[in-house]
Ligand binder design. Sequence first.
Ligand code: FES
Length: 109
Amino acid sequence: MFKKYLIPNAQNLPEGTAFTVEAEKYSFLVTKQQGRIFAYENLCPHQNKPLNWSTDSVIDDEGDYLKCHHHGALFSITDGTCITGPCQGRHLRKATVGMEKGDCYLLLP
Ligand code: FES
């Protein structure tokens, strides 16, 4: 059984941007790529720090990857794999995202 947490206004999130949602004791980064909403725990597998410690965007300049500002790791938006950086090959923890009646939710076990 999943617990649902509303992701406010997710459908209107512009491509290439991200915001955080708090659910239970976790922080999640929510972003959109090619019309799909993705959510990952905001915790870099390199040193277990939040990716967004600075005010800079957690999306790289081209809008293709999530970026950890601590040591520059880049992560695939679609599956959370680190494609370059000190934790290459490791993954962000992906959260399940569901839709219901036009609203977008984080679904946590
Ligand atoms: S803590 Fe994210 S790259 Fe080092």
